[in-house]
Design a protein. Structure first.
Length: 399
């Protein structure tokens, strides 16, 4: 499952890196129009989050995963024959929808195989598949596109999806329903619940705020550092970010399972706020690099920690809707943040914007306390006194 998800994310990050430039080069459009070719994928994925979880829970995780990967491979081949910008936009939007559905199935399958007593640790390990893809995907896509051309890159993306599709055949289906699940309550409330899980919305609201903060940093980092003459630090920001995030995943998940969500999330909030304060007052390249490291710990800890907390709120047969709800809220914050906080940057400058973000991060601790921090598992952890191997055996059984 880890390798399958890595392949899926590798294709996503590989394509989104080059798509704007490809559209400008191939169809001679403006930079803004070329950017639409990249962003419309995210629009399709966000819309698909509304039904992806319910689809996975009803039809079965492995079925949806394999069908989604096969469809992603087919859509990847369509990049080769998209001869106009409207066709390319249609392919990108369709690919975004399929990515959201398939990634939801992949994460649901993984969560079903993680023992509940090691939920946070396992979620952190699985999330490394995305962490590595964010570093490898853009680099590989640029190298292939520059050295061998875009057609070769698209064939490579097709091959990546095809390989993931074959690997998915090796995944057992022991915990899958033998037949599609009934659609259940078709009232307006029932349909809404199948799209957005009410138990996950509170922690999802907190993640919407975190998504706003993170996306604003990523969006305006280059402009801010160019204005301050700190481009060298910006080039190493994501190196430090990825390195610290990678290392922290091997520590913080275990700590969360044993000591509870609060000790991990509150520490990450403080570190994330410190990163924003340092960024707002940065006057040297090393300060930007340290900001990247602190951001890697802050956001890189909060994301899997809260995903584990969200999944722990629902029974296993509702994991799909829980995961899609979680990422719907996170993606909503990612889209909203640069728009809202960009207004502050226009009026008061980037430094003031980052100071405001630091204040938002500190205040988010109160929001977290209100929506999740008072729960027993948040305060005391999930790891039982019984040996872990008993829980591992339970995780393999149908529920």
């Amino acid at each position: 499952m880890w390798v399958v998800n890595f392949c899926l994310a590798l294709a996503f990050y590989g394509l989104i890196t080059i798509m704007a430039g490809y559209a400008v080069t191939r169809f001679a459009v403006s930079d803004a129009t070329g950017g639409l070719a990249a962003s419309i994928f995210v629009v399709g994925a966000t819309v698909a989050r509304l039904f992806a979880g319910g689809l996975v829970d009803r039809l079965g995780r492995r079925r949806v995963l394999w069908a989604g990967l096969a469809a992603c491979a087919a859509v990847a081949a369509l990049y080769l024959v998209a001869s106009s910008l409207p066709l390319l936009l249609a392919v990108r939007a369709t690919h975004g929808v399929l990515f959201a559905v398939t990634s939801t199935a992949a994460m649901t399958l993984a969560q079903a195989r993680i023992p509940s007593s090691r939920r946070s640790e396992g979620t952190g390990y699985f999330a490394l598949s995305i962490t590595l893809s964010t570093a490898i995907g853009p680099f590989m896509s640029l190298e292939v596109a520059n050295s061998a051309g875009y057609d070769t890159l698209f064939w490579s993306i097709f091959a990546t999806h095809a390989a993931a599709c074959l690997l998915a055949l090796l995944i057992s289906a022991a915990d899958e329903p033998r037949a599609p699940r009934p659609t259940g309550n078709r009232t307006a409330g029932g349909v809404l619940t199948s799209m957005v899980h009410p138990a996950v919305l509170p922690i999802g609201l907190f993640m919407l705020v975190i998504g706003c903060v993170y996306s604003t940093i990523v969006t305006y980092l280059n402009s801010y550092t160019a204005e301050e003459g700190l481009e060298r630090g910006a080039s190493l920001f994501f190196v430090a970010y990825a390195t610290v995030m990678f290392v922290s995943r091997f520590v913080m998940g275990r700590l969360q399972d044993r000591r509870g969500d609060n000790v991990v999330v509150y520490s990450a909030i403080v570190v994330f706020a410190a990163a924003l304060l340092l960024l707002a007052t940065a006057s040297a390249d090393w300060m930007i690099v340290v900001t990247g490291a602190l951001t890697g710990f802050g956001f890189g800890t909060i994301n899997p920690a809260c995903q584990a907390a969200a999944v722990s709120r629902v029974p296993q047969e509702q994991f799909g809707v829980a995961i899609s709800t979680f990422f719907l809220m996170l993606d909503g914050g990612v889209g909203l943040g640069p728009v809202v906080f960009g207004l502050i940057a226009e009026q008061a400058g980037y430094s003031a914007m980052f100071l405001a973000l630091a204040g938002v991060m500190l205040l988010s601790a109160l929001l977290y306390l209100a929506v999740h921090g008072r729960r027993p598992d948040a305060r005391h952890g999930r790891a039982p006194a019984a040996p872990a191997h008993h829980d591992e055996q339970q995780a393999d059984c149908p529920q």
